[in-house]
Every structure is written in C-alpha cells, then in structure tokens.
Design a protein around this ligand. Structure first.
Ligand code: PXP
Length: 250
C-alpha cells in the first residue's frame, strides 16, 4: 500500500495574504484537495501569521473531513490554540522568524522536557503528536523518549541534493543517494521504536518516488510543489499527479 498524502495548503494562503484579500479561499482549496484524493490537509500556523491565520484553522477544522495536521512551534500560545481547536495531529517544528521556510528539524534532544510536556498535553486531548526532525538516530531516540507517536523526517537535504544532481551530475547524484540512505536508515530505526513515520519538505513530482519506495514511510506532507503546479494545471490535477508519483515509487 502506498503512503498517505497530506497536502500542505500554506501557499494558497500566501497568495491571499499578498493582497490581504478574501481570495483564494483555503477552505475551497482544502475541499478540492480532498475530492482529488488527498488523505489529509496540512497547514503551518506560524508565529508571524505570514500565510495561514487563526481564522483559517478554525474554518478548516469545521470542513476538513479527512485528517487535519497543524504544524507549529512548541510555544504556549500555539499549544493553547491546538488544544482549543483540536486538529487530528500536531507536528512540532523548529521556527525561526527570519527563515523563508522551515530550515531543518526540531532539536528534540536539547528541548526534551518542553517537547515531552507538549506531547503529554496533546495525548490527553487525543491529538496525535508528530515531531519534525532531521533523519538523525539521536533525534529519533529523543522523539521516542518524548512519547511522540510519529516522526516526520525532514527531506530538505535530500531534495536539495536532487536539484544538485541535475546541475552537477556525479557529485549531486552521490549526495542524493547518500541522503536517501540516511532517510531509509532513519525510517527503519523509527519503525523499530514503534513510531509512525512521515516525511516532507522540498519534495517534488520528480524526487518523491525514491522516498516513497521506503516502505516504512507511511505519510507525506507536500505543499510548495503541488501549489506551484496547480497554477498551470489546476489544484485537483496537481494533487492527482503527486498521488501518482508517490504510487510509482521510483
Ligand atoms: N513538513 C513540514 C514540517 C514543513 O514545515 C513543510 C513546509 O511548511 C512541509 C512539510 C512541506 O514542505 P514543502 O512546501 O516544501 O512541500
């Protein structure tokens, strides 16, 4: 069975916020993604609200019928919002106000007590806890110690290497193969700890297949490439194409 696909619709909100206009509607986008076969919807509520805003989360909680995953930093403000709106899952991420996008995994090892406390509050509220981490054995062990149900492996280094693989053939291809091996080993270890395994960041129609071939990875969170493609072929077809790329596994 192929991995589930949660479509990250942050950049639908990015277009809206560029004009502070009512359109495009993230609610309409979420419904269209679900109808096109997405297994869930992912949003990132950032501290600076640069794309998704609080009202979006409230509205999406009402309409998303598949699975709603909310990425957030482990701050008290965000924890309260999650406990108030009750998404199906929360993915804790590292957040830096100056970054263009999430720059890497959360350092769970160095923030173990904060993460463990957040996970325990989510568990009481029946919210699944996922931790966005680099494919690093120490972080996987820490995620297990924190009591999380899931890890999401950051695929940014792999994705970056695949872009390099096109620009500089041998060196880029070797780096991509190395990053893929790190992901495979991390996914195997996480599974051994009994964690569910997701992956995401920077994945595209071209590079997702090799990651989808890792049997331990059960879920993908993909946004930018789907929303980019949707400009040319429409959102529903963009979701279908990504689903097919995942199912092809290569
Ligand atoms: N997973 C996490 C934890 C993220 O922070 C992001 C970006 O918001 C994604 C997945 C999706 O990345 P992309 O937009 O590059 O597909």
């Amino acid at each position: 069975m192929s991995a589930r696909l949660n479509v990250n619709i942050d950049h639908v909100a990015t277009v809206r916020q560029a004009r502070r206009a009512p359109e495009p509607s993230v609610v309409a986008a979420a419904m269209m993604c679900e109808q096109a076969g997405a297994d869930g919807i992912t949003i990132h509520l950032r501290g600076d609200r640069r794309h998704i805003i609080d009202n979006d989360l409230h509205a999406l909680r009402q309409v998303v019928t598949t699975y709603l995953n909310v990425e957030m930093a482990a701050t008290e403000e965000m924890l309260k919002i999650a406990l108030d709106t009750l998404p199906d899952a929360v993915t804790l991420v590292a957040e830096n106000p100056d970054e263009i996008t999430t720059e890497g995994g959360l350092d769970v090892r160095s923030n173990l007590s904060v993460v463990r406390a957040a996970v325990s509050r989510f568990r009481e509220a029946n919210i699944i806890s996922s931790l966005f981490i680099d494919p690093d054995p120490q972080q996987i062990e820490a995620a297990h110690e924190a009591g999380a149900q899931q890890v999401e492996l950051c695929t940014a280094e792999y994705a970056d290497a695949t872009l390099g693989a096109r620009a500089n053939h041998t060196e880029g291809a070797m780096r991509a193969a190395q990053e893929l091996r790190r992901l495979r080993e991390a996914a195997t270890l996480a599974k051994q700890y009994g964690l569910h395994v997701a992956a995401g960041h920077g994945l595209t129609y071209r590079n997702v297949g090799a990651v989808a071939a890792i049997a331990e990875i059960q879920e993908f969170n993909i946004g930018h490439n789907i929303v980019s493609r949707s400009i040319f072929i429409g959102l529903a077809d963009a979701v279908r194409e990504m689903r097919e790329a995942i199912e092809r596994q290569g």
